[in-house]
Every structure is written in structure tokens, then in C-alpha cells.
Design a protein around this ligand. Structure first.
Ligand SMILES: [Zn+2]
Length: 268
């Protein structure tokens, strides 16, 4: 098995797992790595090594990880950087196809789970489980949102970027620029912040934003309320830095857009 070349679809599956896991989980005893390696008919250590290679190539990781990357690894990471949306969609489809190939029951269950995860998006999939005849375009639309949530939350190690709450069920991958405004930013993880439900809702409504150094700024309205509960949920974080993710630090131009267009004081 050692030395067998990685096909493009295998690399795409590995890339998908790379974004799903937190940095620090890229080792051969990680259950998800063991599961996927088995489906790929590869050892867990070879898949773990592949994820470390991706980390060494990922500009968002600032040179963390070992550097044993192959040319093919570089090309896949380059295509993610240059054409994020398309590469993510291909990576998701490659993973779906791998699962479908091995166990159709698993695929159906996965689709059910995925549909449940769509609650934060505008789409709903209350109909039938998607069938094999579904077009690639439809699949691309359907599968994007779980990737965005998974990648953003893993980047922040499943913590709220404001209060550090570490309960995944209460976390949202919050869009900085709402994707209804700029659809091509829909899947870009650097247009997202992992936030608990209260900080997500308040961010969406413009009660708070971030300055150019990613420090928390509160709207006048929130400051004027000034009660004990408001101080507990918001006041105590004023001026503090966003808890930075391992990867996908929010892009400053997206933050500036939020401050000018969503932040209550920015719109005055
Ligand atoms: Zn929070």
C-alpha cells in the first residue's frame, strides 16, 4: 500500500477532512482519520501525514506542520486558495462519492444529517433525500453550508470568538458579509466567525462589530442600555480582541464592510 499515488479524488477527500478537523487532531489515532483512511484503503498514518502536508502549505497556518508536501498536494492547496468555492464543492462531492461507494445506507444518513444542518441558511430541503440523478450544480449548492460551518468552527476550536463558549450546539458560523449580499463569498471561511447564538444574533443586527485590529466595538445603543445583563453579555468584552482562530482569520475588508453597512453606529 505504501507508495501508491494519491488520485485527485483521494486528495480532495483528504482536503475535506483537513478542514473538518482542528489543528492538533492530525494524527493516526483520531477516529475520523481512522474511518476515512479505511474507506480510502490507506493507513491512518498516511492520511494523517497528508493533512500535515496540507497544514504546511496552508497560508492561514503560518508555516505550522511538517513540510513533506508533494507537487499534487501543492496543486490542490493552490486550487483551494485560487478557486475556493469550486474546490470546496469538488472536495465535498469526492467525500460523498467515497461514502456512497462503500455504503449507501451511510450516505442516506449523512444526507439526513446535512439537511438538518441547513437551518442557518435560506435553503430548506424538506423533500426527498437527494437522488443519484441530482445535478452537480444542485449538489454544489446543497453541500456548501455544512462545509462553511464545519471549517469555521474547527478554525476556532469550537469556541465563540467573543466569549469562548465551548458548546458546539450553541455555536453558529456567522457570516461577516451576509451571503445574500455577495453570493461568491458564501463559502469563504475567512468571511465567517464562530460565535455563540447570542453574539451571532447581535453581530447580525449590528449591535457590535470589530475595529481594524479585530477588537470588539459596541454600538452606542448597547452601551446606553448599560444594565447588568448587558454588561455581562457585551460590556465586559468591549475593546478586547476577537479570540483568533488557528486559520481563517477574518479578512479586514469584510470586517470594514460590516462596520459600514451592518454596525448600528456605522450606518448613522
Ligand atoms: Zn459568545
Amino acid at each position: 500500500m505504501a507508495g501508491r499515488r494519491w488520485s485527485e479524488s483521494e486528495l480532495l477527500v483528504a482536503l475535506n477532512i483537513y478542514f473538518e478537523l482542528e489543528f492538533g487532531q492530525f494524527h493516526q489515532y483520531q477516529p475520523r482519520i481512522i474511518e476515512i483512511a479505511k474507506l480510502l484503503d490507506r493507513t491512518a498514518s498516511s492520511l494523517a501525514m497528508k493533512l500535515c502536508n496540507f497544514a504546511s502549505l496552508d497560508p492561514a497556518m503560518n508555516g505550522k506542520g511538517l513540510s513533506g508536501a508533494s507537487k499534487a498536494d501543492r496543486e490542490i492547496m493552490r486550487s483551494f486558495i485560487d478557486d475556493t468555492e469550486n474546490t470546496i464543492a469538488r472536495a465535498q462531492i469526492a467525500l460523498e462519492d467515497l461514502m456512497a461507494h462503500h455504503d449507501s445506507d451511510v450516505t442516506v444518513n449523512q444526507d439526513r444529517v446535512r439537511r438538518d444542518q441547513f437551518s442557518e441558511g435560506a435553503m430548506s430541503f424538506s423533500g426527498q433525500v437527494p437522488r443519484m440523478t441530482e445535478s452537480v450544480a444542485m449538489r454544489k449548492t446543497r453541500i456548501g453550508q455544512p462545509f462553511f460551518r464545519t471549517a469555521v468552527l474547527a478554525g476556532y476550536r469550537h469556541r465563540c470568538g467573543v466569549c469562548a463558549l465551548n458548546i458546539p450546539e450553541l455555536l453558529v458560523a456567522s457570516h461577516i458579509i451576509p451571503w445574500s449580499q455577495v453570493p461568491h463569498l458564501r463559502l469563504r471561511p475567512d468571511n465567517g466567525i464562530s460565535l455563540c447564538s447570542i453574539h451571532d444574533k447581535a453581530f447580525d443586527l449590528g449591535f457590535w462589530s470589530l475595529d481594524h485590529q479585530l477588537r470588539i466595538v459596541l454600538s452606542r445603543r448597547l452601551v446606553q442600555l448599560g444594565g447588568e445583563a448587558e454588561a455581562l453579555f457585551f460590556g465586559k468584552f468591549e475593546g478586547k480582541g476577537l479570540i483568533l482562530p488557528d486559520r481563517f482569520v477574518p479578512k479586514i475588508e469584510f470586517i470594514e464592510w460590516h462596520r459600514s453597512n451592518v454596525f448600528l453606529d456605522g450606518k448613522l
